[in-house]
Design a protein around this ligand. Structure first.
Ligand code: TRP
Ligand code: ZN
Length: 883
């Protein structure tokens, strides 16, 4: 770390690079403690670079051995080495060649950025700034080069040698036990997309023929013995490749596409050109080891990384402020894919739920930032729900406003203009505007203004004129650094429903409104619908058409009505969520002085749920989602302040118990009726039936009776796949009993040597809402199979506790906060990326009641006084509000 790393970088300071690097030739000799990288760069000054401008290269954790310009070694006086930089004061005029030889230590690389060893496999992670830990380079995304890479290693320990692009040549180095492979990537790319892999890996192979007839060799590389867990990833990849051709006309552009699964990885996966590197959790699946949720996640992340080949790789980002240009767009694309091939209308429920759970709190807290941030200290901290999930929503809103055809034409125009270049958000939005003829100037505010817009909607019916007046007013709340906000351009889908459940035509100024789409552009706006025969019930923000909060003055009766009659599947689901949220929130509002959840209202909720739960024409997944109550965090968000997580837990449990009893007959019918036998199949329909049955089991268990425990134990014992086993285990883990101990012990005995499955065992215990959760998790830290060095294990135990056990983490005595702070501090010493992410769990501390707030603040202040990485420093100081 150096002083400069803690400085704030600003978007407005962007300047083009002084020098461009057109070609890179790397010779990488792999060795555990001492890898040698020889790099030959073809460099030329950029258009406006004055002669004599110094060439400044980035580099970290490197030992420099040689620098030569046009083949001539530079004397030490001709260059300077400062922390993070290598400067060549007076490079030649015009184009020249730079040779650099450096050494680095893959084994000592615990940050998992740059070149590192994961369980004996050499691999790289360069996004965003890891390439500088491999060699000195102008390590920024607007410097695009073609790469030729020679990788050399011991044949025995690293028989497989991979890099980006197409294979060129392989060979032995006689008498040394070493071998090499040469790869060439013809597509110019930024350094963050560079990758190489060397190791003893098994592989499965397949092929794909593109729409225009190019034959692509597909390979998935995994730890030997795991070959039988690759089928699903391979199927998913082929589905994604076909989908991108059909939906966006985008084809793959190399002869090979390889995926490598590694077990030590900071994030989910990485889209390196032609050589995606994955967290093995997002590749490996077999019915007995992976749940339906894992299958779904694998399919969508395989698709996500593949889709980056166009959105991110062929057109990349000018600078890291533009990160949403590739991430938001690619998340949008993977969501559309998942909707088409798997989830149907349920996809919107899942994405909206994720957005509200992860992005809304971020946007309402001290770390709030625009989808395109204007400044950052550490770019690694900006791979956020706002950039990814809200970024995806902005693309979806553009598609909604323009229509799917014009949106696709906008994408085509974007590629026509920027293929092979580094682009900006403005470039993207201009392509959309030009392709559709629409003015998107006001829409641009979505990229620059942070905070979740709040829309207040009210409907007034005038029986005399037969009109229904919808008044919409928008407020974008103040956020750190942004006090005053301008109104946003918001696509608002609405419907009006007649007393008999009919959809009423929407007529404004004599014209029919298409798809119920209104455009809100002013602070306050009135839409007056004509020819409405009787007072209707409004359905607002259908399909969750914008990432906003809605307040409306609907009465419980109207919400019940929507639960049964709304033709929009999203809002029908949302109505049930709203109803339950209101019940739990009002019960929890008085802290531990609980008002009981109103029995009559809970009964009415049960009654309004029945028709959906029993409707066999509806997809089982949809019915399953209807059975899931809003989470504790959903309730905390609704309360917004003075949050007491124990009161929320208790109120929610009370409603669960009441519903469980009121719906007993329906739940039993679902549970008994949706049992499946026969071989496991991950297809959407089978997964949906499992989801419904497991959701029923979960709610049935809310009573905690011996009978419920017995049922869950039978479910566990009878499980023939991981989906059923882990649901039963999760249910049992909430209720201390011999059955819980039996199941946990059995699961451990069976899976102790399978790290990914064992992660589920850690996670299930970390998530169980128990008064002694902190002590349970603390004890598991000492488990022989636990390691702080492996990010998946850390996320399974510590991450699950901090993010998915609200009453445990926010325990009134502050023990949860201190636990997290201690662990994050220790991890920060060797992997800042992982520690900074864990510390994100503090983002909502200011919404807690004062006692918990004081404990959280104390834990954060203690951290602030320690020696922290740049990553953790930024999160801690901004979370405290002292940055
Ligand atoms: N670009 C990756 C994605 O598709 C994100 C990513 C992978 C990443 N590894 C990383 C980001 C390491 C930062 C650091 O989402
Ligand atoms: Zn991505």
């Amino acid at each position: 770390m150096n002083d400069e790393s803690r400085s704030t970088k600003f978007l407005e300071d962007y300047a083009p690079p002084d020098y461009l690097i057109k070609q890179v030739s790397l010779d990488v000799r792999l060795a555990p403690k001492d890898a040698r990288i020889a790099s030959t760069l073809s460099i030329e000054p950029n258009a406006d670079t004055a002669a004599g401008t110094p060439l400044v290269l980035d580099g970290e954790a490197l030992t420099l051995e040689r620098v030569a310009v046009n083949g001539q070694d530079l004397e030490p006086g001709r260059y300077t080495l400062a922390p993070g930089k290598l400067t060549i004061a007076n490079p030649p005029m015009g184009a020249f060649t730079l040779d650099i030889v450096t050494r680095c230590d893959p084994e000592a690389n615990t940050e998992l950025q740059g070149l590192y060893l994961s369980s004996g496999v050499y691999c790289t992670q360069c996004e965003p700034e890891g390439f500088r830990r491999i060699t000195y380079f102008v390590d920024r995304p607007d410097v695009l080069a073609t790469y030729t890479v020679r990788v050399e290693a011991d044949r025995e320990s690293a028989p497989v040698l991979l890099s980006n692009g197409n294979p060129v040549e392989t060979g032995e180095i006689d008498g040394t036990g070493r071998h090499y492979a040469v790869w060439h990537d013809p597509h110019p790319k930024p350094s963050y997309l560079f990758a190489l892999v060397g190791g003893n890996l098994a592989s499965v192979h397949d092929s794909f023929t593109t729409a225009s007839g190019r034959e692509v060799a597909l390979g998935i590389y995994v730890e030997p013995g795991k070959e039988d867990r690759c089928d699903w990833a391979m199927e998913s990849l082929k589905r994604a490749m076909r989908w991108d051709e059909e939906r966006f006309g985008l084809e793959y552009d190399l002869d090979v596409f390889n995926i490598v699964a590694v077990s030590d990885f900071n994030m989910g996966a990485m889209e390196n050109k032609g050589l995606n590197i994955f967290n093995d959790k997002l590749v490996l699946a077999r019915p007995d080891t992976a749940s339906d949720a894992d299958y779904t996640a694998i399919e969508s992340v395989i698709a996500h990384e593949y889709f980056h080949n166009w959105t991110g790789n062929r057109v990349t980002c000018r600078d890291w402020f533009q990160l949403c240009l590739k991430e938001g767009l690619t998340v949008f694309r993977d969501q559309e894919f998942t909707g088409d091939v798997r989830m149907g209308p349920v996809e919107r429920i899942l994405t909206a739920r994720l957005l509200k759970a992860r992005q809304f709190p971020e946007d309402a807290g001290p770390l709030s930032h625009p989808v395109r941030p204007a400044s950052y200290i550490e770019i690694n901290n900006f791979y956020t729900a706002t950039v990814y999930e809200k970024g995806a929503e902005l693309c979806r809103m553009l598609q909604t406003l323009l229509g799917q055809d014009a949106f696709r034409q906008g994408i085509a125009l974007y590629f026509e203009r920027h293929d092979g270049e580094a682009a900006t958000v403005e470039d993207f939005v201009s392509a959309m505007a030009d392709a559709s003829g629409r003015d998107l100037a006001q829409f641009m505010r979505w990229y620059t203004q942070s905070g979740t817009p709040e829309l207040a909607c009210s409907l007034d019916y005038d029986a005399h004129t037969k009109t229904a007046k919808l008044t919409v007013s928008q407020v974008v709340p103040p956020t750190p650094g942004q006090i005053r906000k301008e109104p946003m351009h918001i696509p608002l889908k609405v419907g009006l429903i007649g007393a008999n459940g009919d959809e009423l035509p929407l007529k404004l100024n004599g014209e029919l409104v298409q798809d119920g789409l209104l455009e809100v552009t002013e602070r306050e706006q009135v839409f007056e619908f004509e020819d409405i025969p009787a007072p209707p019930t409004p359905s607002i923000l259908r399909d969750f058409s914008a990432p906003v909060r809605i307040t409306s003055s609907l009465k419980p009766k109207q919400i019940e009505f929507l639960m049964i009659h709304d033709s929009d599947p999203f809002n029908r689901w949302q109505a049930a969520q709203t109803y339950a949220t209101n019940l739990i929130a009002s019960a929890a509002r008085n802290g531990l002085d609980l008002e009981p959840v109103s029995g009559t209202q809970a009964g009415r909720l049960a009654q309004a749920l029945e028709p959906t739960l029993r409707d066999e024409t509806l997809a089982p997944t949809y019915r399953a989602e209807t059975l899931k109550l809003p989470s504790e965090s959903d309730i905390a968000r609704e309360l917004g302040r003075d949050v007491d997580t124990d009161a929320i837990l208790m109120a929610r449990d009370t409603l669960r118990t009441t519903l469980s009893t009121a719906l007993a007959a329906t739940l039993t019918e679902i549970y008994e009726g949706s049992a499946t036998d026969g071989a496991f199949s991950p297809d959407p329909d089978s997964a949906g039936r499992r989801a419904l049955r497991n959701a029923a089991l979960d709610l049935m268990s809310a009573t905690g009776t011996p009978e419920a425990v017995e049922r869950a134990l039978r479910h566990y014992r009878g499980a023939t796949n991981m989906t059923d086993a882990i649901m039963a285990l999760s249910v049992l883990s909430q209720i201390p009993s011999p059955a819980r101990d039996e199941a946990l012990e059995h699961f451990y005995a069976r899976w102790q040597d399978d790290p990914l499955v064992l992660d589920k065992w850690f996670a299930v215990q970390a998530r169980a809402a128990r008064p002694d959760s902190v002590e349970t998790v603390q004890a598991l830290l000492g488990h022989p199979k636990f390691s702080l060095k492996n990010p998946n294990r850390v996320r399974a135990l510590i991450g699950s506790f901090a993010m998915a056990n609200p009453s445990g983490f926010n325990r009134a005595d502050g023990a949860g906060f201190r636990f997290l702070a201690d662990q994050a501090l220790e991890i920060d010493g060797f992997n800042p990326h992982v520690s900074a992410r864990l510390l994100g769990a503090f983002e909502s501390w200011k919404t807690l009641e004062s006692g918990r707030q004081a404990h959280a603040k104390a834990a954060l202040e203690t951290l602030a006084g320690q020696k922290l990485s740049t990553d953790a420093y930024e999160i801690v100081t901004k979370t405290l509000g002292s940055a």
